[in-house]
Design a protein around this ligand. Structure first.
Ligand code: SF4
Ligand code: SF4
Length: 287
């Protein structure tokens, strides 16, 4: 199968938004830094291998779309789709057209609309960050949401809609701006998407598809915005001193980041996958 058979919907044009493969993370060992018991070590190994495999499998979901040209959907179709997603533990489902400016440079995307999916990382695990327990939870959700995203993409493809999966570990477009456009959350001071339900404790993925999407539902996020504006805990307490209130901007790019990537990756490697920012946001804490 070759790319020639399938027409991409978009090819990323934003030269300032390049996809960088997180090589340092791929070269991580398949066991956390601290000593853990055999069962936990097995789980960790399963999730980390599953994450890397899912990341590669998602890139292959463009294949099989050669004859897919359907676009029309019905409310009943989406009711069934959402039920299926919820049965697979998806916590957030939102819809928005793909924003071309947030596609990584030179990458081909298949499908004009984005279905944004989110899945909770459980508080009882995240509250232990930085720790092996937290690290395992982070990779559990990468793996499970990745598998679910691929399965739902195949479901759409089987019904005739050109579609492609974008794995939570890394896709061809930025998830944050699409999650905000889909009305699911706000951009927190650290640049992570914050939701009323879990603060920053969820992973995101996207399915791009030619299926006509339902209208974006608007949620009232004003209280959350106000709380976040007056907080700043993630900037003050970032373990790797990698988070900044003022965005680090790339010239001529709509891409805004508040996290210095290299400092954050250093802290991830030095501090058992760090993830401290998932724990300190008051919005995500459970009592
Ligand atoms: S993972 Fe650690 S270093 Fe990176 S932003 Fe979160 S707290 Fe800061
Ligand atoms: S820690 Fe505070 S400032 Fe940072 S994202 Fe959460 S609510 Fe916003």
């Amino acid at each position: 199968m070759s790319d020639i058979d399938i027409e991409p919907t978009y090819i990323g044009k934003n030269e300032d938004l390049k996809f960088i493969v997180p090589k340092e993370l791929f070269s991580m060992g398949t066991g956390p830094a601290e000593t853990i018991d055999r069962d936990l070590a097995k789980k960790f190994s399963k999730y980390i291998r599953g994450t890397f495999k899912g990341f590669q499998d998602a890139r292959k979901t463009k294949y099989g779309n050669e004859k897919n040209s359907k676009t029309k959907t019905t409310p009943e179709f989406w009711r069934e789709f959402e039920q299926k997603a919820r049965n697979m533990d998806v916590d957030f489902i939102g819809y928005t057209p793909v924003d071309e400016s947030f596609i990584f440079y030179d990458l081909k995307v298949y499908g004009k609309n984005a279905i944004v999916l989110g899945m909770e990382m459980k508080w009882d695990k995240i509250k232990t960050a930085p720790s092996a327990i937290c690290e395992i939870e982070v990779f559990r959700v990468y793996k499970v949401l990745g598998d679910v995203t691929i399965e739902l993409t195949e479901y759409l493809k089987d019904r005739g809609f050109k579609s492609e999966a974008h794995h939570p570990f890394g896709g061809k477009l930025l998830y944050g701006p699409h999650a905000v456009a889909a009305g699911l959350g706000i951009l927190g001071q650290n640049g992570l998407i914050i939701t009323s339900e879990y603060g920053p404790r969820q992973r995101w993925s996207i399915i791009t598809t030619d299926a006509e999407i339902p209208e974006t539902k608007s949620r009232d996020l004003d209280t959350l915005k106000e709380f976040c504006r007056g907080c700043g805990a993630c900037v003050r307490e970032c373990k790797g001193e990698a988070t900044f209130k003022e965005p680090l901007r790339y010239e001529n790019s709509p891409h805004i980041t508040h996290i210095d990537r290299s400092k954050c990756i250093r802290s991830i490697l030095d501090n058992t996958y760090c993830s401290y920012c998932l724990k300190i946001c008051p919005q995500g804490k459970k009592t």
